[in-house]
Design a binder for this molecule. Structure first.
Ligand code: ATP
Length: 274
């Protein structure tokens, strides 16, 4: 592993039965980079992200993260690596009946022993850290509300605060705004970028929205049928060039709009929430 890279994926193939989710995929990410994975539904984005956190085992190939060969890790060593990687999901994955603060505190469970029942069972140091992260994501006033009373955008910000409890070096985000309306999406993405830049976090984030990807990411990695078909800096990249990821050569603006509508429809598996 080179001195600057924190993620090195080489020749990664993953088959689920007859389905080739990833075929000889490669990715190298340097510390502090903000990378977007783009690609049609089923192109392998989630599968690639899940390999980085040891949630999938490769059929073949190498996955090195923070100097560790991920597929070879088990037990304590895998948990230790996961403690250095935050993961944010499309559906937030909060416990709806717990308060916002308790949800954030669950991000620290890796460093505590045994189950936790109620706020009193967490050390004061962690409660203060959790309140600090809630302040960072603009939700300090909601700390003692039940998580399910918040809007979708607020719930995703709670999930970000929960990930920050680990003080991660890498943040993985799997379509973090796919369930949100455009305004909340923009706010959540801006927040992730701000936090990443402040903390020097490395971010790998899958997205469906091409415009958002181009304005938000430093680098765009395009996947098609499980292979990396584009890997370039976002600045200067045109939307039409990005559309080639989707197997579309765009010759007019009208055609571009039609393709985008098709992709948005395909991506909207879940109804947007506020
Ligand atoms: N656990 C699994 N079992 C069987 N097939 C799977 C599994 N996980 C993923 N796949 C298949 O692997 C391929 C890649 O899926 P993946 O979820 O990585 O794509 P994606 O680009 O993240 O899609 P989306 O944008 O819809 O989330 C798809 O054909 C999918 O059906």
């Amino acid at each position: 592993m080179s001195e600057t890279s924190v993620i090195e994926v080489e020749g990664l193939t993953k088959r689920f039965g007859d389905t080739v989710a990833l075929g000889d995929a490669a990715l190298r990410v340097d510390r502090g980079e903000i990378v977007v994975l783009l690609g049609r539904s089923g192109s392998g984005k989630s599968t690639l992200l899940r390999h980085l956190d040891g949630l999938e085992t490769p059929t073949s190939g190498s996955v090195r993260v923070l100097g560790e060969e991920v597929p070879s890790l088990t037990g304590r060593r895998l948990r230790a690596l996961r403690g250095r990687i935050g993961f944010v999901f499309q559906q937030f994955e909060l416990v709806p009946s717990l308060t916002v603060l308790e949800n954030v505190l669950t991000g620290s469970l890796a460093e505590l022993r045994g189950p936790r029942l109620g706020l009193w069972s967490y050390p004061k140091r962690l409660k203060l850290a959790a309140l600090g992260h809630l302040d960072r994501v603009g939700l300090l006033d909601q700390a003692y509300q039940r998580a399910d009373t918040l809007s979708g955008g607020q719930q995703q910000r709670v999930a970000i605060a929960r990930a920050l409890m680990q003080e991660p070096e890498i943040l993985l985000a799997d379509e973090p705004v796919a369930s949100l309306d455009p305004e909340s999406s923009a706010q959540v993405m801006a927040l992730i970028r701000e936090i990443a830049l402040d903390a020097g976090l490395t971010v790998v984030c899958s997205l469906h929205q091409v415009d958002l990807a181009l304005s938000w990411g430093d680098r765009i990695v395009g996947l098609r049928h499980g292979a990396v078909v584009l890997d370039t800096q976002a600045s200067g990249l045109s939307k039409a060039e990005v559309m080639e990821i989707y197997g579309k050569v765009v010759t007019s603006t009208t055609e571009l709009s039609a393709i985008e509508d098709e992709l948005t429809d395909a991506a909207s598996v879940v109804e947007p929430v506020r």
